[in-house]
Design a protein. Structure first.
Length: 156
């Protein structure tokens, strides 16, 4: 318990390098939220405007053991309401690369992730927004296998 609390405090104060966002910017609000709400202190994070409202959402890919398995790790999409961070979507078994597609579904940009079953079978899968969240698992419907789509790399 002490170690977890210390990690959360260090993360919130941006002392731990694992809590830094992509591009080297420290996201202390994000780090504190992830530590307190999800007990998550090891992750990769990026920001992109997924819903076209002019504000960037947080895309978080966990990198710690309890959030990862042989199929991949948990990915969270968070919206900053200006007052707090709000969980929009949680997708499990996500592996890199994670890409932002040019296409949209229900006003949100589609995502492409590597889906895995075990250590040997993998493919690229398209995650679409259903009006309230992205697909919860890239290995089952409504996620679909894709290849060769125009995309921007979020996490390689």
């Amino acid at each position: 318990m002490f170690a977890r609390r210390t990690s959360a405090i260090m993360c919130a104060l941006a002392i731990m390098p694992a809590c830094k966002e992509a591009g080297g910017h420290t996201g202390t609000g994000l780090a504190a939220y992830l530590a307190q709400e999800h007990d998550l202190t090891r992750y990769r994070a990026a920001r992109h405007d997924l819903d076209g409202d002019g504000s960037s959402e947080h895309i978080v890919l966990a990198t710690s053991g309890e959030f990862c398995g042989t199929g991949g790790c948990t990915m969270l999409i968070l919206r900053d309401t200006g007052k707090e961070l709000e969980l929009v979507s949680k997708t499990t078994v996500v592996s890199t690369p994670v890409r932002l597609l040019e296409s949209q579904t229900n006003g949100w940009r589609d995502l492409e992730v590597r889906a895995r079953i075990g250590a040997t079978t993998s493919w690229q899968s398209k995650l679409v927004f259903d009006g309230s969240r992205y697909s919860a698992n890239p290995t089952v419907s409504p996620a679909e296998r894709v290849s060769g789509l125009q995309s921007e790399v979020i996490f390689d």
